[in-house]
Structure formats: C-alpha cells, structure tokens
Design a protein around this ligand. Structure first.
Ligand code: ADP
Ligand code: MG
Length: 245
C-alpha cells in the first residue's frame, strides 16, 4: 500500500508564484483526477512532485509512504515507486527504449535481462496496440503524438510504479489511442493496485479512466473536490463558476 500526500504545497518558478497551497492524497488502487484550465498549475504540480529542476518549493511538504521526498533527486523518487507520464514526452536520440527500461529495472533491483524484457515489451506493446517496430527506436524519436503516449504507457506498464501522475495523457491522442492507453492504466489500478493522479481538462479521458475523486485546480489552488459527477459539471458548464476568487 502506497500513498502520495501533497500537503499545503507552495511553489514558484523564478519570481512567479504558481502553486498556492495544494493539498491532495492518492493511495494505491485509487484514481484521482485533477482538472483545471490552461495555466492553472497542473504541469507545475507534476514537475514539483517528480523534482524537476527549476521549481522552488517555498512551503509545504510531499510525503511518499510517509517519507518526505522534497530534496530527493528525481531518480530516487522514481525508484521509490513514483512515475510521471509527461504531457510532452521528450525525444532522446541515440538512447534505445529497451536500454532505458533495462537500466531503470536494474535501478529498482532487477537484473535488467534484455531477453526477458524483450518478451515483456512485446506482450505489453500488443496489449495497447503499440507497433512492435517502434520498440527498436531511440526513445520517442520520430513518433507521432499518439505513438509517444502509447510509448509512455508502455514504460509505465513495464516499470510498475506504485503511484503514477499522468499529465494530460489525452493531449495529442486520437480516440483509439486514448482508449488503449486509458484502459491499460485503469487495468494497472485494478490488477496491480496502481494509484493514479490523472491530470486532464477534458472529461472524455475519465470515461475510460474512472476517478473516485475529482479535484479542480484553478490559479494554483484546489477550489473544489467531489465525486466523478464533478467532471460532468465541468464538461457542461466549463470552469467559469470556479474561477471566482
Ligand atoms: P497547466 O499545466 O495547468 O496548463 P502550468 O503548470 O504549465 O499550467 O503553468 C502554470 C503557470 O505557470 C502558467 O501561467 C505558466 O505560464 C507558468 N509557468 C510554468 N512554467 C514556467 C516557467 N518555467 N517559467 C515561467 N512561468 C512558468
Ligand atoms: Mg500542463
């Protein structure tokens, strides 16, 4: 059982204050959605949780399984079981996907055996309709937006984190890719007890990846938390009612 607790988190980039006291907790097997308009601070929240350089935490705390992770380098957060599916996956020329995964598995105490990894990759690729020919590419290089997100989902399914943040998994995806990726993550929550923090501004993703709680982030604060019906309210009425100070 894992828990990610974000407590009164304040964060800035340079002189710009972006997060103003975010509180949120996600545990194994749970799906929480964080919805908010453009510029609300959603990607900043995911970057701060993973320890991306350039962000300053000015107050608050992030506990993973009860342990403070602020101050830990990103790789230690990842090997502890945290994972981020990035909104804009990075292309890494010259570095093969299977080598990344092999090293990452070794970092988690596995033997990184390439033969076994290859079998697992092919099984998981079939499961989300990711073309096998892409498995031999350098990481994300020359993949379309949808293929990159399938690739990110594939990495999640191999690395088996305990808590994952999905930053707009739906951006750049067609409906088929959206369904394949969302279902794989939902299966991981049911089969492996993955806890997921699903960042999106459309309720469409949440039809497949069903949250138990929905949080609305506006201007760096969570202004409302509710059940899945909150996503339907947003779909119908937009964010306007939640934008008031
Ligand atoms: P969202 O993901 O909700 O659309 P972001 O977290 O990307 O929002 O951005 C929140 C706000 O912080 C935006 O106004 C954005 O311009 C600003 N911001 C994000 N990153 C930086 C940065 N590196 N430098 C300056 N401002 C930033
Ligand atoms: Mg964003």
């Amino acid at each position: 059982m894992s828990t990610l607790e974000i407590i009164d988190l304040h964060a800035s980039v340079g002189d710009t204050r972006i997060l103003h006291g975010v509180n949120l907790a996600v545990s194994s097997g749970e799906v929480h959605a964080v919805m908010g308009p453009n510029g609300a601070g959603k990607s900043t929240l995911s970057a701060v949780v993973m320890g991306k350089p350039g962000y300053e935490v000015t107050a608050g705390s992030i506990l993973f399984d009860g342990r403070e992770i602020l101050g830990l380098p990103t790789w230690q957060r990842a090997t502890a079981g945290l994972h981020l599916v990035m909104q804009y996956p990075t292309e890494v020329p010259g570095v093969l996907l299977k080598d990344v995964l092999s090293e990452a598995l070794k970092g988690r105490g596995g033997d990184g055996d390439l033969g076994r990894l290859d079998t697992l990759l092919r099984t998981e690729a079939t499961r989300i309709n990711f073309e096998e020919r892409f498995l031999d590419r350098p990481l994300n290089v020359d993949l379309s937006g949808g293929e990159k997100k399938r690739n990110e989902t594939l990495q999640l399914s191999i690395l088996k984190p305990t808590i994952a943040i999905l930053d707009e998994l739906d951006s750049g995806l067609d409906v088929d890719a959206l369904r394949d990726c969302a279902r794989r993550v939902m299966d991981a929550t049911r089969e492996e007890g993955l806890g997921a923090l699903v960042i999106t501004h459309y309720s469409r993703l949440l039809e497949e990846l069903k949250p138990s709680r929905v949080h609305i982030l506006v201007k760096g604060r969570i202004v409302e938390t509710g059940g899945p019906e909150l996503a339907d309210v947003l779909e119908r009425d937009g964010y306007e009612a939640f934008k008031r100070d």
